[in-house]
Design a protein around this ligand. Structure first.
Ligand SMILES: CC(C)(COP(=O)(O)OP(=O)(O)OC[C@H]1O[C@@H](n2cnc3c(N)ncnc32)[C@H](O)[C@@H]1OP(=O)(O)O)[C@@H](O)C(=O)NCCC(=O)NCCS
Length: 191
């Protein structure tokens, strides 16, 4: 399994200690966190969080990736495959340890710097991460959740082939849930 890979316009690599700038650009921006935590983070909190967010498990297939636009060599966002929190309102990083797949659903997610929105990058990232998950990792299905008002993210999931299953409990709330199985992904991607 290689954890560094490309899509047409993006380079994916595991989040590392050089990504504090990216974390700050993303998570201190009120526009970015609007449908996630709602509350921008601070540089101090992000510096403390970075080593935790760099954790991986299951041979590395569960974790956070930094996304770089190949043409400009600029970091434009991040994408995740992480355990979906159900009763808790944030990722339980204690589950991201060891070499086994954590129990429970694994969620896909993506977050971009606003100047890169509206160019198809999130859909490109989501599709490529699904390809990684179903071709390179042992994951049998992937879920996603959104804030009900996050129409752009809903569209990204639909364009990437995930199916809305209605409201479900995640992040300690009833929110729209989506899912795609390995077989559905194979069916969608076989010519
Ligand atoms: C959600 C997000 C990742 C989308 O990124 P993006 O690169 O602009 O997405 P894409 O360009 O691939 O696709 C967006 C789609 O949503 C549509 N869209 C954008 N804003 C919309 C809105 N307010 N209402 C309805 N559709 C909208 C676009 O038209 C596009 O669909 P189309 O290709 O059919 O026209 C980006 O806005 C973001 O980083 N938001 C903050 C973090 C976040 O909310 N992440 C998701 C958490 S679940």
């Amino acid at each position: 399994m290689t954890l560094i890979f490309k899509s047409a316009r993006l380079l994916f690599r595991p989040l590392d200690e050089t990504d504090l700038d990216l974390s700050i650009a993303l998570w201190t921006d009120p526009e970015v966190v609007k449908y996630i935590t709602g509350i921008p983070s601070t540089k101090e909190a992000l510096a403390k969080q970075l080593p935790i967010s760099m954790r991986r498990c299951a041979g590395g297939c569960i974790g956070v990736w930094s996304l770089t636009e190949i043409a400009s060599d600029e970091k434009i966002g991040s994408a995740i495959l992480l355990p979906l929190p159900i009763e808790e309102d944030d990722t339980n990083w204690d589950l991201v340890t060891g070499d086994h797949l954590p129990d429970g659903d694994i969620e896909i997610g993506y977050t971009l710097i606003p100047s890169y929105w509206g160019k198809g990058f999130a859909t490109e990232a989501c599709k490529r991460l699904l390809q990684f998950a179903f071709e390179e990792s042992p994951l049998e299905e992937i879920v996603a959740t959104i804030d009900a008002g996050n129409s752009a993210s809903r569209r990204v999931l639909e364009k990437s082939g995930l199916v809305c299953e209605g409201l479900r409990l995640a992040y300690a709330e009833q929110i729209p849930g989506f899912r795609i199985t390995r077989q559905q992904w194979i069916d969608q991607n076989s010519l």
